[in-house]
Design a binder for this molecule. Structure first.
Ligand SMILES: *Cc1c(COP(=O)(O)O)cnc(C)c1O
Length: 393
């Protein structure tokens, strides 16, 4: 069956399945570290890359491959490489494209640790980085240097919900022969496919929507071309940033219900955002589905839906925000996102506390900003929970 021709949900359920001799409907967990060769020549052919097969789980494993093929199908890519975590994927991406004397451009509000490794480890290795507001494609063009080797954008950003026009940034980058990688974690492939918009590589923290059940961490890179895929796989294997077969199985299973979860959470998010925007104790709501979002039109053009991530400000600043977080009963006070359960957190004191106040300000992470990851519970219950918590402020 050629899943290139089927719809998204058919791919999500079936793409990547292994058809093993006993007819198992589900890909088995190949919990093995190594694979026996049929004979010496077989081993030699595998090592020489003359025959497809498995050698050692750090390099590849059938269960992991099953997940990788599903992810490639969902992002309309050539192939995918899975990693032990999203940050494993980010690190391998940077290490593959950047060396001493090179330069990278990224989104100022990019995921904190993605910026963190560029400003520490990669800077120490002689890699320069520039962070710009990539929602302005001309700011990206202005930052390009002769040694720029990668443009790495995140859209929408975490937690500021700022969008970048992938098509425009890719068009600019390609004029200078610079590849573009997109962190698509916030949208998931249900709502946005960066490769179709001109990007060269897609990154996912599988921990979030794709696994969706807050019980595993994982990451992946999906590429448009075979050559980049090979380079990334080599980095993954050399760095030992591989996934474990059991972990791969969990994500493979979670991915089957991806669109059901994403669309239900999005439906909830729309109701909650509209309700919050009218609430007298709420200062502002940032959600791409609301006409008040400054990039509402871009969201409609670039994404198939506004998703389930939002941020909002409570009147009364940090103290009021703390009171809200301490008063919710259904929403869990936790970092991470994209799971079936609703999570609430305060970036300035939690996920982004490691950034300097200037970097936080540049990234738009104000003290009153609360991030809300809407789950698939009943919208009425989530609203009632927020209502009782806001009443206590
Ligand atoms: C969580 C996250 C990452 C990092 O992924 P881990 O699986 O936690 O290592 C990268 N980018 C975004 C947007 C994320 O939300």
């Amino acid at each position: 069956m050629d899943y290139k021709k089927t719809g998204f949900d058919t791919k999500a359920v079936h793409a990547g399945d292994i058809h093993e001799p006993f007819g198992a409907v589900v890909t088995p967990i190949y919990q093995t570290s190594t694979f026996a060769f049929r004979d010496a020549d077989h081993g030699a052919r595998l090592f020489a890359g003359e025959e497809e097969g498995y050698i050692y789980t750090r390099i590849g494993n059938p269960t992991i491959r099953s997940l990788e093929d599903k992810l490639a199908a969902l992002e309309n890519g050539t192939g995918a490489v899975a990693f032990g975590s999203g940050m494993g994927a980010v690190s391998a991406l940077f290490a593959t494209f950047l060396g001493q004397g090179d330069h990278i451009i990224s989104t100022s509000a990019v995921y904190g640790p993605s910026r963190g490794i560029l400003e520490t480890y990669f800077r120490n290795f002689g890699v320069a980085s520039t962070f710009v507001d990539t929602s302005d494609p001309f700011a990206v063009e202005k930052a390009i240097q002769n040694n720029t080797k990668l443009i790495y954008i995140e859209t929408p950003t975490n937690p500021t919900i700022v969008l970048t026009d992938i098509e425009q940034v890719a068009a600019i980058a390609h004029q200078y022969d610079i590849p573009v990688a997109v962190d698509n974690t916030f949208s998931s492939p249900v709502l946005q496919n960066p490769l179709d918009l001109g990007a060269d590589i897609v990154l996912h923290s599988l921990t979030k929507f794709i696994n969706g059940h807050a019980d595993i961490v994982g990451g992946a890179l999906i590429t448009k071309d075979e050559e980049t895929l090979k380079k990334l796989r080599k980095t993954m294997a050399y760095f030992g940033a591989n996934m474990d077969p059991h972990q791969a199985y969990m994500v493979y299973r979670g991915a089957k219900t991806l669109s059901l979860r994403v669309l239900k959470a999005q439906e909830n998010a729309m109701k909650i955002a509209e309700w919050l925007e009218k609430h007298p104790k709420i200062q502002w709501v940032k959600y791409p589905g609301l006409p008040s979002h400054p990039q509402h039109e871009l969201a409609k053009r670039q994404m198939r839906g506004p998703g389930s991530m939002m941020s909002f400000g409570v009147k009364g600043g940090l103290e009021a925000g703390k009171k809200l977080m301490n008063s919710v009963e259904l929403a869990k006070l936790a970092v991470s996102l994209g799971g079936v359960e609703t999570l609430i957190q305060h970036p300035a004191s939690m996920t982004h506390a490691g950034l300097s106040p200037q970097a936080r300000q540049q990234a738009g992470i104000t003290d009153e900003l609360i991030r809300f990851s809407v789950g698939i519970e009943d919208a009425e219950d989530l609203i009632a929970d927020l209502e009782q918590a806001l009443d206590k402020i």
